[in-house]
Design a protein around this ligand. Structure first.
Ligand code: WTA
Length: 647
């Protein structure tokens, strides 16, 4: 397919914060003189005690460490709220759209948000929460989720959000790992007209999370949920009685802000730790430049706060920047596939930031659902979570944006805190499917399999050469895992886990994960996690999970399962195993295919040959490669012959 190029529209080049020349100059300075560059841009925040040092970072074993603005002090909540009160106290900070279009929206001003946050912060303090304590949030997309994050930041508590689609088992594991004594949840969530029993899930998690002493319960649906005497507190009653005065805690730049669990290629999900100063600089600066954001513009990031995108681009980035951020409780196709664009029209959204999986699902429903809405307020579109295929990109550009709106395809990770490779709308000509160029301070490199730096055009492993302020600082509770996971594959570089191509123009094209992580609808799943859920079932002896191409989700989950010798692999068992995985992890981990396998292809030393399993899952069986090193090559024939027909 010929590659198209979309030049920067003239009015964007003229009016945006940076044009192409500006970007080139700023990027060059950011990598040549990081001290000077970030020393200046760190001043975008209000510091209590100014920093005198900027960058103290090393990726090398001898002196490994990542510290930014290390002797400065600040409070992130004060940066997101208090400092706007004098100038924009009555501006809407959060514009909330409920699940059902017939329910009323909520418009919460900066002043009201400040009050709500202070009240909840005082409730947390009254429950004994102190600076450095972990607080688990298991909340749907309601404004109170943002209130809870900011309340934690205000008193220096570390929030750990667990996506409200995770099961009680997954929730318990995350509560336990970070030692939270307190959980904030709600009676029930509401998504696409369906109720999600969040409080019941928390209750069920308690068997495996014995350290929890207090659960604060928000009313959303008003369902009659049992409250445990002495442990459970009603959110509204407690906050109504609390004071609206709560001075922000003075935090060091390197004090932890939040933990967010994410899947890796091995082991349990890890608690990615972000700290205060560098993260706040990164979230706010990327938000401002990537979206060319001006305070007060109506901006909508359609991500859930349970994921990092929700942290940086629903809550922290936009609020630090004095923005009006839309929070949407529902789903793109409820009550019908026009919903996104109806909300755009209702609130006159100027900037819309969404995920390729949602766009592909909507594209399949046909253009009429889009075209019957106006969308005339839209100026800029964004994409995040997985590579956007050029076909979906073109549709987004032409049908949703009516050829008027640039698309910023932002590549980044939970670990990076914010966008890393991304166009800037006034500076970067666009190529559909390419995340394009590095943000300020980012030095991407491609390495070949021997770890040699590649020059010019080519495809290799994507690493980042030097630290940036928004970089994660550690894995909660496991210092070595941080270094071992990210800095040992290629010594001296941050390893992203992604493959990438660079073209003749220096544009980056992410090709997807090259480790054992699969990306299902923009959600990261570790294959090891799903495998250990499967083998935890009494009838399963062994399991191997790989990704398979999926039209809507990007990747689907393909599981090979070997049953215990006395077990008959039936259709009923297949269904039971699908339910089992949903129960162990959550619906996002639902296997798309389970293939019963009497044996798995293994090397003579017993290592499962995933490369072969991937090929079979992709139905690319003509190129299985060399199978002669297998302990028993006939298992491959059996797998190929018995590959289930896919729907
Ligand atoms: C993938 C989400 C291509 C990538 C912010 C990365 C992308 C993983 C893009 C991180 C993009 C995210 N183009 N791939 N624009 N954005 N990815 O931690 O594989 O949930 O490593 O962070 O998603 O997923 P995570």
């Amino acid at each position: 397919m010929g590659e198209s190029l979309y030049p920067v529209p003239a009015q964007w080049a003229a009016n945006a914060l940076v044009d192409e020349a500006g970007y080139n100059a700023m990027h060059a300075r950011s990598v040549e003189d990081p001290e000077g560059f970030w020393g200046e841009h760190g001043l975008r925040l209000d510091w209590i005690k100014p920093y005198s040092t900027v960058k103290q970072t090393s990726y090398h074993k001898e002196d490994f460490g990542i510290r930014w603005f290390a002797d400065g002090t600040l409070n992130l909540c004060a940066n997101a709220l208090d400092r706007h009160l004098a100038t924009r106290g009555d501006q809407v900070a959060i514009l909330w759209e409920p699940d059902s279009p017939t329910d009323a929206e909520r418009r919460i001003t900066y002043r009201e948000l400040h009050e709500d946050v202070c009240r909840l912060a005082n409730v947390l303090k009254a429950q004994g929460v102190q600076k450095g304590d972990r607080v688990t949030l298991y909340l749907p997309m309601v404004p109170e989720a943002a209130v809870a994050m900011l309340a934690c930041a205000r008193i220096g508590a570390i929030h750990s959000i667990v996506f409200a689609g995770f099961s009680p088992e997954a929730l318990a594991g995350r509560i336990d790992d970070c030692g939270s004594r307190i959980v904030l949840t709600c009676d029930e969530g509401l998504r696409g007209g369906k109720k999600v029993p969040l409080k019941a899930n928390v209750d069920a998690a308690m068997d495996h999370a014995p350290g929890v002493e207090c659960v604060i319960v928000l009313k959303r649906t008003g369902a009659d949920v049992p409250m445990v005497e002495g442990r459970d507190i009603d959110w509204h009653t407690a906050t109504a009685a609390a004071s609206t005065d709560c001075p922000p805690e003075e935090m060091n730049a390197e004090d932890p802000l939040f933990i967010l669990y994410t899947s890796g290629s091995t082991g349990k999900p890890k608690g990615v730790l972000h700290t205060t100063g560098g993260y706040a600089v990164w979230a706010s600066m990327t938000h401002q430049y990537v979206f060319d954001y001006r305070p007060g513009q109506i901006y909508w990031c359609a991500a859930d706060v349970g994921w990092v995108t929700g942290h940086s681009y629903v809550v922290y980035g936009p609020l630090i920047n004095g923005g009006t951020t839309v929070m949407f409780e529902g789903v793109p196709n409820y009550p019908d596939p026009s919903r996104f664009w109806q909300v755009v029209d209702k609130f006159k959204v100027e900037i819309f930031y969404g995920a390729p999986t949602a766009l592909r699902a909507l594209m399949r429903e046909g253009d009429d659902w889009v075209k019957k809405t106006s969308r005339s307020s839209l100026r800029l579109l964004g994409s995040v979570g997985e590579p956007i295929n050029p076909e979906a990109w073109e549709w987004y550009h032409k049908v949703v944006g009516e050829n008027r709106c640039p698309i910023v395809d932002t590549w980044w990770q939970t670990e990076t805190g914010g966008a890393m490779i991304t166009p800037l709308p006034g500076a970067t000509a666009l190529k559909p499917g390419s995340a394009s160029k590095p943000f300020f301070g980012v030095q991407p490199l491609l390495l070949d399999n021997d770890g040699k730096v590649m020059e010019g055009a080519g495809e290799g492993c994507l690493v980042i050469a030097d630290s940036w302020p928004g970089q994660m600082r550690g894995v909660w509770g496991d210092e070595e895992r941080f270094f071992n996971t990210y800095f040992t594959t290629f010594a001296g570089y941050y390893f992203t886990g992604d493959g990438c191509r660079r073209d003749e123009d220096g544009y980056y094209w992410i090709t997807g994960r090259i480790d054992d992580v699969i990306n299902v609808s923009g959600h990261r799943m570790g294959t090891a996690e799903i495998e250990s859920a499967l083998v935890a079932h009494a009838k399963v002896a062994e399991a191997a999970v790989v990704g398979m191409p999926h039209e809507i989700k990007g990747q689907g989950i393909y599981a090979y399962v070997t049953c215990n010798a006395d077990v008959e692999p039936t259709e009923a068992l297949r269904k039971e195993l699908v339910q089992w995985v949903r129960h162990e992890i959550g619906p996002i981990a639902t296997p798309d295919v389970i293939q019963f396998a009497p044996g798995l292809p293994k090397t003579r030393s017993g290592k499962i040959m995933r490369r072969i399993l991937r090929k079979i899952a992709e139905n690319d069986v003509s190129s299985l490669g060399d199978t002669s090193t297998l302990a028993d090559p006939s298992v491959v024939d059996h797998l190929v012959e018995n590959r289930p027909a896919l729907a």
